[in-house]
Design a protein around this ligand. Structure first.
Ligand SMILES: NC(=O)c1ccc[n+]([C@@H]2O[C@H](COP(=O)([O-])OP(=O)(O)OC[C@H]3O[C@@H](n4cnc5c(N)ncnc54)[C@H](OP(=O)(O)O)[C@@H]3O)[C@@H](O)[C@H]2O)c1
Length: 332
């Protein structure tokens, strides 16, 4: 068995340091897959894994990378065979067991999804963030919101979740309003399918929050949380739904029951991490067909393993646009 390279993160004083380690593959346990990792991504959670006190890694040292896309090298499961193209994300990947920033990864077969139409690069460009966007869009569609109901706002619009959500909603015919803190990204957001681009919510951060504001949105995809989510909840139309997945703007949520009891709005929680494998595989099958993003090439930025830290710094500062796709064949 050939040795492989891995990016190892370990705690050093008050920092998370990284170094390249040459590893010997261990014997494969029953029910597991050995994957030749071709691509990973850099999600907000990966940035937290490389931040001291980030709160997502159970124990260092660890190989970060919550997304794995590659080809099965060896299978100890009847469900998969060597040569299958797979994507795996969520559960403990990159947080409690080694993840995608390595040339090889071992995961339980019951965490893996077989790819049929997408390439491994496309699957990594979608990754956890794009999958979460697809979950959010599916929640809005399943709640019965249709394009004729009115605009759908997407917060954190230039990020991984936000950009894929815009792409998917626009291709389903919704009028998308992108909320972003990056004025320079307006043309990019229109190219993804946004009808209108506005600033971060609330538009007036100094105004006193009101239990109910003017109704504006039939639905919302929110990955920002905090004051943005509170603002969205208070401005949803009657019967509107917000799919809430993130906290880049804060984990707190100051709201009242008013939007819920006077406008019948729904706060739909989105969790991609513990989502069971059967619905996970079913949603990936939709991502390969009717929920396939149309503008991955506008969103994906290819980097080598040596580019991860730079992207992490930009993500932490809220300054990154799109999705970094880590090509495991380069940058060591
Ligand atoms: N629940 C789940 O299963 C799940 C899955 C994936 C991600 N998430 C969460 O969803 C969030 C987004 O993930 P991601 O990978 O898309 O991250 P990302 O690529 O960093 O995008 C987040 C976006 O949020 C906006 N933002 C950043 N800092 C902000 C701040 N201080 N205040 C307001 N807006 C800010 C920025 O967009 P603009 O500059 O355009 O405003 C940024 O591009 C994260 O909190 C992540 O942990 C959750």
């Amino acid at each position: 068995m050939t040795q492989y390279r891995a990016l190892l993160a370990e705690l050093a004083d008050d920092a998370v340091a990284t170094r390249i380690e040459l590893r010997e593959p261990a014997a494969l346990e029953p029910g597991h897959l050995r994957i030749a990792v071709e691509f990973s991504g850099v999600n907000f959670k990966d940035a937290l894994a490389l931040t001291p006190g980030g709160g997502v890694v159970r124990q260092y040292p660890i190989v970060p990378g919550i997304d794995i896309a590659g080809t099965v090298l060896e299978s100890a499961s009847d469900e998969f065979a060597a040569g299958d193209r797979v994507v795996a994300h969520g559960y403990e990947i990159g947080t409690a067991r080694d993840g995608g920033y390595a040339e090889q990864a071992v995961v339980p077969a019951e965490w893996a999804v077989k790819l049929t139409a997408l390439s491994t690069r496309e699957a990594a460009a979608i990754g956890t963030a794009g999958f979460t966007a697809a979950m959010s869009v599916a929640a809005i569609v399943d709640a019965g919101v249709v394009p004729a109901d009115g605009p759908v706002v997407v917060t954190g619009a230039t990020g991984g979740v936000g950009s894929t959500a815009i792409d998917l909603l626009a291709s389903l015919g919704y009028e998308v309003v992108a909320s972003s803190g990056k004025p320079g990204a307006t043309d990019h957001l229109h190219a993804l399918g946004a009808h209108e681009v506005i600033g971060r919510l609330p538009l007036d951060p100094d105004a006193k929050p009101r239990p109910l504001g003017r109704s504006r949105w039939a639905a919302a995809v929110d990955c920002v949380g905090g004051a943005a989510l509170a603002d969205v909840i208070s401005t949803l139309n009657y019967g509107g739904v917000v799919a809430a997945s993130g906290l880049t703007g804060g984990a707190g949520l100051k709201t009242t029951v008013m939007p819920f009891i006077l406008r019948g709005v729904t706060l739909a929680g989105i969790d991609s991490v513990q989502m069971p494998i059967a619905p996970r595989r079913a949603l990936w099958a939709r991502i390969e067909s009717d929920l396939r993003p149309r503008h991955l090439d506008l969103v994906a930025n290819d980097i080598g393993i040596d580019g991860v830290r730079v992207v992490v710094d930009a993500l932490r500062a809220g300054e990154y646009t799109g999705r970094a796709v880590v090509d495991l064949s380069r940058g060591w």
